[in-house]
Ligand binder design. Structure first.
Ligand SMILES: Cc1cc2nc3c(=O)[nH]c(=O)nc-3n(C[C@H](O)[C@H](O)[C@H](O)COP(=O)(O)OP(=O)(O)OC[C@H]3O[C@@H](n4cnc5c(N)ncnc54)[C@H](O)[C@@H]3O)c2cc1C
Length: 375
């Protein structure tokens, strides 16, 4: 039986462990805390699933496939992990990210609709879109219950035979080390046919990678009844670097800036949301949904992005059998079950990963989430 060690039980590592266990691998999953612990990027209460990725059709196809995967996983777990609330893009210009996205989605037969800004009033209890060119509606996109989905995936992985080990792993050092498929758990060395380091924002501590880790504050507001899902869709404003969704499960309406935050250390960094982040979120509500400008903050969370300069991921072999899986760049949750299938195919020797996921020098490029700057 082929053996593999996956380090990191965030959604990427846990999904990969599950996939590999179900396709004939003996899997050890090493996690320094518990799956779903609040420091990991995967432990956000919610994450959006959207298919639009500008001109890029690879990620659009992945996201569309992932929608089915999340629905199936939810059925298997006996709970709704993915809430198909629909998702609205607010397009500030006629020929930007959203119009490119609409073309790609139409080519791929992924349902979407271009709407007039005035149509926003049909979807949101209150909507101000006089600064917008158009709206792009994705009826089959929505909100993933992220932390819960991570815990469920890890539980399903264990049920599929994955051995979960609680320890901090580091690469093995010494003369043979670069050629060893092994991890050091503080004295005990584990060996396998393959090792995958799926360590999220902790990856740069362990390997030389083109990653910047940033602090990201998320803010949820207490809102009145008409703003709860299923009635209210998720939304993204690419040019304003803002996104959110209606109140899901009583954690409030998310309205958050996607602007790249300050450098951050994921293990010891204080998880206190800045007052400026709350004000930025409020500023967006004031502009788009004015009656919510005075809504109190109900819940807030600090998380971190592990960003590559071009926001493309890292799926790269550093020495025979040793793989890095990271650089999710703040848009990886939705794809996890499908990415796991893709990476499992790579580990099985079926194909090489896309060249764009390599460890080459990355050229900064237009973000695959939003513009990512403060406006
Ligand atoms: C604020 C915010 C909003 C986001 N919004 C979206 C969204 O709307 N849609 C979307 O698709 N994506 C979104 N993302 C991105 C998404 O959350 C990430 O892509 C995803 O969670 C990455 O998962 P991961 O498994 O790579 O990393 P993580 O979840 O961080 O997991 C890494 C794990 O590795 C463990 N680990 C690290 N080093 C070691 C070690 N040496 N030994 C043992 N264990 C180790 C850590 O403890 C951790 O549990 C968002 C991210 C943030 C921060």
């Amino acid at each position: 039986m082929k053996t593999v060690i996956v380090v990191g039980a965030g959604i990427w590592g846990a999904s990969l462990a599950l996939r590999l266990a179900e396709t004939g691998w003996r899997v050890t999953l090493v996690e320094q805390h518990l799956p779903g612990h609040v420091r990991q990027a995967s432990a956000g209460e919610t994450r959006l699933l959207r298919c639009s990725h500008g001109i890029d059709d690879w990620y659009a196809r992945m996201a569309w496939k992932a929608r089915d995967a999340w629905r199936r996983l939810g059925e298997r777990a006996g709970e709704e992990l993915y809430h198909e609330a629909g998702l609205m893009w607010f397009a500030g210009t006629p020929d930007g990210w959203e119009s490119a996205s609409a073309r790609v989605l139409k080519n791929l037969d992924i349902p979407c609709e271009v709407l007039d800004p005035a149509d926003g009033a049909r979807f949101f209890p209150e909507f101000r879109g006089d600064d917008l060119s158009f709206l792009l509606w994705e009826p089959n996109s929505g909100v993933i219950r992220a932390r819960r989905a991570t815990q469920v995936t890890a539980r399903l992985a264990a049920a599929a035979g994955v051995r979960l080990v609680r320890a901090r792993a580091v690469p093995v050092t010494g003369e043979a080390a670069p050629y060893e498929c092994a991890v050091d758990l503080g004295g005990e060395v584990l060996r396998a046919d393959r090792v995958v380091w799926a360590c999220g924002a902790w990856l740069p501590e362990l390997f030389d990678t083109p990653l910047t880790v940033t602090k990201q504050d998320t803010v949820h507001f207490a809102v009145p009844a008409p703003w709860t899902t299923p009635g209210v869709p998720a939304w993204v404003d690419y040019d304003a670097s803002a996104y959110g969704h209606g109140d899901v499960d009583g954690v409030g309406m998310k309205a958050t800036s996607d602007a790249q935050g300050v450098p951050y250390e994921p293990e010891h960094g204080e998880r206190i949301v800045d007052a400026a982040s709350v004000e930025r979120s409020r500023g967006y509500l004031r502009r788009r949904f004015p009656s919510l400008a005075g809504a109190p903050v109900l819940f807030s969370q600090v998380c971190q992005y592990a960003l590559t300069p071009d926001t493309e991921w890292i799926v790269a072999e550093t020495s025979p059998g040793v793989w890095l899986l990271g650089g999710d760049s703040g848009h990886g949750f939705k794809h996890a079950p499908v990415l796991a299938e893709y990476v499992a195919g790579v580990l099985d020797g079926g194909y090489e990963p896309e060249p764009r996921f390599g460890l080459h020098e990355r050229v900064p490029a237009r973000g695959l989430r939003t513009r990512g700057d403060i406006r």
